[in-house]
Ligand binder design. Structure first.
Ligand SMILES: Nc1ncnc2c1ncn2[C@@H]1O[C@H](COP(=O)(O)OP(=O)(O)OP(=O)(O)O)[C@@H](O)[C@H]1O
Length: 453
């Protein structure tokens, strides 16, 4: 018998969970679990890998989009469907932009839902047939540059311990993946891994989100609620953007680090948890300490074991590897068959400085995959800002020229020129400047390539 498809249904409203269970459990092709919050869903996923997650969009604490982002990062093979109200077209668009496979309107039409599920299952069967490249992969992290190998080695050594870890690095360099890898390689791996983006929580919400609250603690607190620390009991909590937490929360966090205890908001009972803490920051905490926005005692507590993620511009060797991996995922996501990155495109990718690091590369490839209509990613499919930045950086050796030199394909140069012209609204002077060539040269190239407005 075929393996059952695992569905995780996430909704804070019990009535909807019951309806879903009742309707779908009759279908023997599915194995179903439900969760009542984003944190609960992550706890379930940690030892029950769902094939498809259906999550409500608006939930307190971690909303559906935030949950979707964590799932993409931690369990890239899992498909996510977002549930939105019938009259919320904007929300559906937001969900799709965030990378949801599809959206489902509430109240459900179960026949449509079954069709959506069947489509995903077909997709998954296809992708399971594709070979996975085992090389240069460490958990979800990809890389073969020396600094990545050093990072993998660091993770290998500290994962089995209970040490608090501080991960430092620019935004988009994979700090959350590092935290997840530490958890996966620790003895806590069958318990929850709860990532928390501290910067996304307002000062009034952060304490109750982290430590939970008692009934009546504030307006709207109609029942007792466990916080992220309780959800992560036995497992690992990942506090991202730790440099952004308010001072009063820093005091409470210091106590958890020293004693393993805290109190829920509005509560008097002392709660004891066994939760490993991993933090990350892209801020300079030394400066924050000098400015008195980050406590010194907390810093020294956190800074016991530090791992650094390096910027993508310092490890160009990883760019083709990452780009090819992202292309596979994006091509599948957008129902395309793009299996090649043109040499000229790779050259441009390697010449760019990637201020947004791997996240920016992933988005650039995803966008290029949408624009591509053949089986190859060409320079013209790359974001115009990237082409301009490369030509500006290389002065006379413009993006178009580099492409031409490396591949000797005039059509690529023509495509790059067309792209820049469109971006500059056919202002020849600006386009020539962006391309790093003289206006006259641009004019003759437009003529010789027959580029028309
Ligand atoms: N080495 C890597 N291999 C594969 N994917 C990666 C790697 N590094 C980053 N990514 C991808 O880049 C994106 C950003 O990664 P992540 O969220 O872990 O970065 P971050 O350093 O935590 O960023 P921020 O500081 O903004 O929170 C994710 O989609 C992740 O999958």
């Amino acid at each position: 018998m075929d393996k059952k498809t695992r569905l995780l249904y996430v909704d804070d409203e019990p009535a909807w969970r019951n309806i879903f269970r009742r309707e779908i459990s009759e279908d023997k092709r599915y194995e179903i679990k439900t969760a009542d919050s984003g944190a609960d869903a992550l706890a379930v996923l940690n030892n029950w890998r769902a094939d498809i997650v259906l999550t409500d969009l608006s939930m307190p604490g971690m909303d559906g989009i935030e949950l979707l982002q964590h799932i993409h990062l931690l369990y890239p093979e899992t498909f996510v469907l977002i549930l939105t109200g019938v009259n919320s077209a904007n929300e559906a668009v937001r969900a799709m932009k965030a990378g949801a496979y599809d959206y489902v309107l509430k109240p459900f039409d179960f026949t449509t839902l079954q069709m959506q599920l069947a489509k995903i299952i077909d997709h998954q069967q296809l992708s399971n047939q594709e070979a996975h490249e085992p090389d240069a992969r460490f958990e979800q992290l990809i890389g073969r540059s020396p600094s990545m190998y050093q990072l993998f080695e660091g993770i290998r050594r500290i994962a089995p311990t209970n040490a608090t870890v501080l991960i430092r690095g620019e935004s988009g360099t994979g700090k959350e993946l590092v935290a997840a890898a530490i958890h996966s390689r620790s003895s806590r791996c069958d318990k929850a891994f709860i990532p928390v983006n501290c910067a996304a929580l307002t000062e009034s919400l952060i304490n109750s989100a982290l430590f939970g609250h008692e009934k009546g603690a504030f307006t709207g607190a109609d029942k007792r609620k466990a916080g992220f620390f309780e959800h992560a009991h036995g497992g690992t909590i990942f506090l991202d953007e730790i440099g952004d937490i308010p001072l009063q929360t820093q005091v409470a966090l210091l106590r958890v680090l020293e004693l393993g205890t805290f109190q829920r908001v509005g509560g008097i009972d002392t709660i004891q948890v066994d939760t490993r803490i991993i933090c990350a920051t892209n801020k300079n905490l030394e400066v924050a300490m000098r400015e008195k926005t980050f406590r010194e005692d907390l810093f020294y507590r956190l800074n016991v074991v530090t791992l650094n993620t390096s910027p993508l511009r310092d490890r160009a060797a990883d760019i083709p590897l990452l780009a090819n991996q992202f292309l596979r995922t994006s091509s599948q996501k957008h129902n395309k068959q793009i299996d090649l990155i043109a040499p000229g495109t790779l050259e441009l990718l390697s010449a760019y400085a990637w201020p947004g690091n791997v996240r920016e590369l992933k988005n650039a490839i995803d966008r290029a995959a949408v624009f591509s209509n053949g089986n190859t990613l060409l320079p013209e499919h790359l974001p115009p800002e990237l082409l301009q930045a490369v030509s500006a950086r290389h002065g006379k050796a413009s993006a178009a020229q580099m492409t031409l030199d490396s591949t000797n394909l005039p059509e690529i140069e023509a495509a790059v020129i067309r792209r820049v012209l469109e971006d500059k609204n056919w202002n020849l002077s600006q386009a020539a400047e962006a391309l790093g060539i003289a206006r006259g040269t641009l004019y003759s190239k437009i003529k010789s390539y027959n580029i028309e407005r």
